[in-house]
Design a protein around this ligand. Structure first.
Ligand SMILES: [Zn+2]
Length: 114
């Protein structure tokens, strides 16, 4: 179930996926859905285990966010292929700043290029 809310960032807690209302109808909507769908599909019935691992293991968080951001960037590249590299840099910055010291910018950019 996808719900649009007035939140800054999207998140998933299976069976609910939250997408920021501000992205609805913009170029950022389907990339955001691709990101949260990856989390959503990985969580499934194991959502509590996933959430526990996400908040207790930096390695797991990095692995899950790398997958989700790659899906997000791939979706964005379908819409604006000429700006995909720029978008990847922005998302590497997000990974380096929004996840409690999960990684550095260089580590994020390297992971997103693999
Ligand atoms: Zn995520």
């Amino acid at each position: 179930m996808t719900i649009y809310l007035d939140v800054e960032r999207g998140f998933s807690f299976w069976p609910i996926m939250i997408i920021p209302k501000k992205h609805r109808g913009t170029v950022l909507e389907t990339p955001q859905i691709a990101h949260e769908s990856d989390h959503y599909n990985r969580q499934g019935w194991l959502v509590l285990w996933w959430i526990f691992r996400y908040f207790t293991s930096k390695k797991f968080r990095m692995q899950e966010e790398t997958r989700a951001y790659k899906a997000q960037i791939a979706e964005y590249a379908k819409i604006l292929p000429g700006r995909a590299d720029e978008y990847r840099v922005l998302k590497a910055n997000s990974m380096a700043t929004l996840y409690r010291g999960m990684c550095t910018f260089d580590e994020a950019l390297a992971a997103l290029k693999e």
